[in-house]
Design a protein around this ligand. Structure first.
Ligand SMILES: C[S@@+](CC[C@H](N)C(=O)[O-])C[C@H]1O[C@@H](n2cnc3c(N)ncnc32)[C@H](O)[C@@H]1O
Length: 483
């Protein structure tokens, strides 16, 4: 059993050893080479095992902590007796094996989680602490970069979001329902030199009853399944109710101006528009809200994903679990499951705006760098009156290009597209008036006279300001208001 109290001195020495040996993200990639490093990112170990056959000090650390195979004690230059005493290593003959997964992370810190579950491993324990993965990185990329006073990481797991929040938040509260997760997260933070995290055990917002934050982040146990089997991914709430509850309860824990940023899954149910479903979660909050579906899977794909995630493919229980899960989806008329982001902003407005949309394309990372501009575009487009818009000096957002497609030799294009080369990388078809406006609006002239002039030149009915709202909401134009 892992000790909670691996002393900070031991963690400091371990960290120093990692630094000396080059057990860092770049060091591991360089030592493995691109092919083995990419295979490892897909959870394929064989190329990495081949690349570390010559067990130099760095290869020993990679094999021990990341690949999880036994390594001869002679090859490992670490305080083995202490690491065994505190449960981080176990002796196997004249070798040692890690009882946790310990890897460098992109922030420059380290993460400690349970050993990765791989095909052929015994069944995953219920309180398994999952390591950082694609979803963890997605949330970290999404989160606003603005410095805050108080931040909450709800469902901290191995503590990865705290590594990203450290240095940007004066006070960080990290919660989890799973004590083992909190124990391992403390090790992650100790190895990463992060001090002072306020750790609380409990479900949802219970541990922070009556408290408010400037930023709430959560990569929650969002998996929608018939039974709560694994704490890291599902809770036993009905269908997608856990995420809905998080959204519903979050505003009471936000300071004025605060943000809540979550990953979530939601159901697509026969006869219901998924956008209405998610939109209704957000509309109840009184906050400005932005929900984005990044991907959607059909029920079979979804079940396979999560059975594979727990290394259950090929096991005797696989077929029954697959069947039971699918039957449960069928009984509820589920046609698909959406994966996405939810952002709430406690703007304090009496006229909150909710935008729900699909964004399947690759976007510029990190989204957190330009999140304020996205939210600003959405709320500005919604709140300004037509008169305010006509009085504003619109300008084209940096990086927006125009594409014209047409029959060769033809005078007019059949299609004009405005394409964002930065940010969310949207593209949209526009008419000649919008295209003309994009060509001339540089932030100097007010929209009213500009639209009138374009109408005169093109001889077409000019755009109403209202017609521009979606282009402003989607960030093609920005709109500083003139005094
Ligand atoms: C998907 S993991 C995310 C871990 C980590 N924050 C990340 O970004 O990778 C979800 C975490 O939520 C925790 N959890 C499960 N049920 C919870 C609940 N009711 N309240 C708070 N946390 C919960 C799990 O123990 C797990 O650590």
């Amino acid at each position: 059993m892992l000790s909670v109290k691996a002393p900070s001195d031991l963690l400091r020495r371990l960290r120093a050893r990692f630094d000396e040996t080059g057990y860092t993200i770049d060091g591991v990639r360089e030592r493995l080479g691109d092919v083995a490093a990419s295979a490892l990112a897909r959870e394929e170990l064989v190329p990495a095992l081949r690349a570390t056959k010559d067990v130099d000090p760095l290869a020993a650390l990679i094999r021990l902590w990341w690949l999880g195979v036994p390594v001869s004690t002679a090859a490992v230059d670490l305080p083995l007796a202490e690491l065994v005493q505190f449960g981080l290593l176990v002796k196997v003959g004249d070798a040692v094996q890690a009882s946790v997964h310990l890897q460098p992370w992109e922030t420059g810190g380290y993460l400690v989680s349970d050993r990765k579950v791989r095909p052929g491993d015994p069944a995953v324990r219920r309180d398994h602490v999952v390591g950082a993965g694609g979803a963890s990185a997605n949330l970290a990329q999404l989160v606003s970069r603005r410095p805050v006073s108080r931040a909450l990481d709800l469902g901290t797991g191995c503590g990865v979001q705290v590594l990203h929040l450290a240095g940007r938040a004066d006070h960080i509260v990290a919660t989890d329902v799973n004590r083992r997760a909190l124990d391992l997260a403390r090790l992650s933070w100790g190895l990463s030199g992060i001090e002072g995290v306020d750790v609380r055990k409990g479900s949802m917002f219970e541990p922070v009853d009556g408290e408010r934050f400037d930023l709430i982040v959560s990569n929650p146990p969002f998996v929608i399944s018939p039974a709560a089997r694994l704490t890291y991914r599902e809770t036993g709430h009905r269908a997608d109710d856990f995420c809905r509850e998080l959204v519903r309860l979050a505003p009471a824990h936000l300071n004025p101006g605060g943000h809540c940023q979550l990953l979530a899954n939601w159901l697509h149910v026969k006869g219901e528009d998924w956008q209405d479903r998610v939109g209704s979660w957000l509309a109840e909050t009184g906050c400005d809200g932005w929900a984005v579906q990044r991907d959607a899977q059909d029920p079979a794909e979804y079940v396979e994903l999560w059975l594979r995630d727990a290394a259950e493919q090929g096991t005797p229980v696989y077929r029954d679990r697959y069947d039971e899960w699918l039957a449960w989806f069928e009984a509820q008329n589920v046609t698909g499951i959406g994966f996405g982001w939810i952002t709430l902003h406690a703007s304090g407005t009496l006229d909150p705006v909710v935008r729900v949309e699909e964004l399947p394309q690759q976007v510029e990372l990190p989204v957190g760098d330009y999140l304020p501009d996205i939210l600003d575009g959405i709320t500005t487009a919604h709140r300004l009156t037509d008169d305010d818009l006509l009085a504003a000096a619109l300008h084209l957002t940096e990086g927006v290009l125009e594409e014209r497609v047409g029959v060769p030799g033809a005078e007019d294009p059949t299609r004009i597209v405005l394409r964002q080369t930065r940010g969310l990388r949207r593209a949209t078809s526009v008419g000649t008036v919008e295209a003309a406006l994009a060509g001339v609006c540089d932030g100097d002239l007010r929209l009213g006279p500009l639209l009138a002039a374009i109408g005169d030149i093109l001889g077409e009915e000019s755009l109403t300001p209202g017609g521009l709202r979606s282009l402003i909401a989607e960030g093609y134009f920005r709109l500083p208001i003139l005094d």
